[in-house]
Design a protein around this ligand. Structure first.
Ligand code: AMP
Length: 422
């Protein structure tokens, strides 16, 4: 038996206990809810390619991030170009925004996406090398309402999917200038306590000092308790922006915890930053998050353009959700054969039934008539039409067990009539 290769991607990994078919049906529920909730707020769906020029992520995600340093599937396309399987969606959406002249549209341009993403991480529950994300971006507005709207929309999506025990953490990162000054201050503080820090944190003091707040090391944690906090260093404009976002979330009745140590893995964030976690998940508790990334479009050679957005992990939402039952498909009609000769008539009847809006299937496995009826029962068919001789059929109501002979031409109208009575 050929199996999916181990050690490459974990295809449709949400749960080993589920078949890929069930898994796809559950993903569809996520898609439908996202479409409904984001569509109602004016977000249009965008699709970008699975791979991009490596440069898009190297610049757009940030060279210093784990994603770019360690987690990208990068390859030469055979023509000397370096390509990368997309590890995230924001940089590609911004690339598309610039490339397709969306700057000329009314701003902000509000977009959402859903699809597979790839990161070379050590797999564990809730962390896969191929995973799906749903994301939303609003490009071209710096209004605090944009940030608040995006956060509320993600909250509504999580609620609609029944994601359990969610918590929202919120903070502000200020502008890049404030952040740069703060990073210097924090790095100096860390250097002054170098002896008490874990090796990992020590090595990253210059590259990414904010990561020290995430450390599991006890010595580092003790040092971080007295570390300077970015929220205390915000420029008045940024503090005011953050106050406005908070007031809007308060008005919306969305509960959040202020977390001044909230760090996003990506370097281009400014001002608002947030993350939803679920206590129903294990170590990988982040369900979705995002924030404002006013600097990104410029990094991709565009004009200064404020923007805000989020991404949420589809597998994690499904793992943390109350049972999402994908709706079972109805089968109105199963077309069975008493004799082989009726096969062309059966084929045609099934086609016509579908054209008339019915869900219809026909016998495809050469079963005996008894076997066909058993199969029809198993797939939950409401009616079975057994093709007879000379344009006749036996129409059997599978719920009541009633059956009677009729003209083939009457089969579809009879089912439609019965359907209307129900
Ligand atoms: P990020 O782009 O890192 O902010 O991730 C956004 C969301 O995507 C996270 O909150 C997770 O729900 C999900 N996610 C990120 N990486 C993975 C992964 N390797 N496997 C599964 N889900 C992931």
């Amino acid at each position: 038996m050929i199996q999916a290769p181990r050690g490459t991607f974990d295809i449709l990994p949400e749960s080993a206990a589920r078949s890929p078919v069930e898994s796809a049906a559950r993903r569809k529920v996520v898609e439908e809810q996202a479409e409904k909730i984001l569509g109602a707020a004016g977000y249009g769906r965008i699709e970008t390619p699975t791979f991009e020029a490596t440069e898009v992520f190297a610049r757009g995600v940030g060279e210093a991030t784990d994603i770019v340093q360690k987690e990208m599937y990068t390859f030469d396309d055979g023509g000397g170009r370096s390509l990368t399987l997309r590890p995230e969606g924001t940089a590609p959406v911004c690339r598309a925004y610039l490339e397709h002249g969306m700057r000329k549209l009314a701003q902000p341009v509000k977009l959402w996406y859903l699809g597979p993403f790839y990161r070379a991480e050590a797999p564990q529950r809730g962390r896969y090398r191929e995973f799906w994300q749903v994301g939303a971006e609003a490009i071209g507005s710096e209004a605090p309402e944009t940030d608040a709207e995006l956060i509320v929309l993600l909250g509504e999506l999580l609620e609609a999917l029944g994601v359990k025990d969610t918590r929202l953490r919120l903070s502000s990162l200020g502008t890049p200038a404030t952040r740069a000054a703060y990073r210097e201050e924090l790095a100096a503080y860390l250097r002054a306590h170098e002896g008490e820090l874990s090796q990992d944190v020590r090595e990253r003091i210059d590259l990414n000092p904010m990561r020290a707040f995430d450390s599991g090391d006890r010595g580092t944690q003790a040092v971080m308790r007295d570390a300077p906090i970015l929220l205390d260093r915000l420029h008045p404009d940024d503090a005011e922006h953050f106050e406005a976002v908070r007031a809007l979330l308060d008005d919306a009745g969305l509960r959040y915890e202020l977390d001044p140590t909230l760090v996003r893995g990506l370097d281009y964030y400014a001002r608002t930053v947030f993350e939803f976690t679920s206590d129903a998940l294990g170590a990988q508790s982040g369900v979705g998050g995002g924030g404002r990334y006013d600097g990104l479009i410029e990094l991709l050679d565009g004009p200064p353009t404020p923007a805000s957005g989020w991404a949420a992990g589809v597998e994690r939402m499904l793992l943390a959700a109350r049972d999402i039952e994908a709706p079972t498909e109805l089968v109105d009609l199963f077309v069975a054969l008493a004799k082989r000769e009726g096969s062309r008539t059966a084929f045609e009847l099934a086609l016509e039934a579908r054209r008339a809006g019915l869900q219809a299937q026909l016998e495809l496995a050469g079963r005996s008539l008894k076997g066909q009826l058993r199969h029809a029962d198993r797939i939950g068919a409401r009616y079975v039409a057994i093709i007879g001789d000379n344009g006749t059929a036996t129409l059997k109501n599978m719920e009541s067990g009633d059956e009677r002979d009729t003209e083939i031409n009457n089969v579809i109208p009879e089912i439609l009539r019965a359907g209307r009575l129900m």
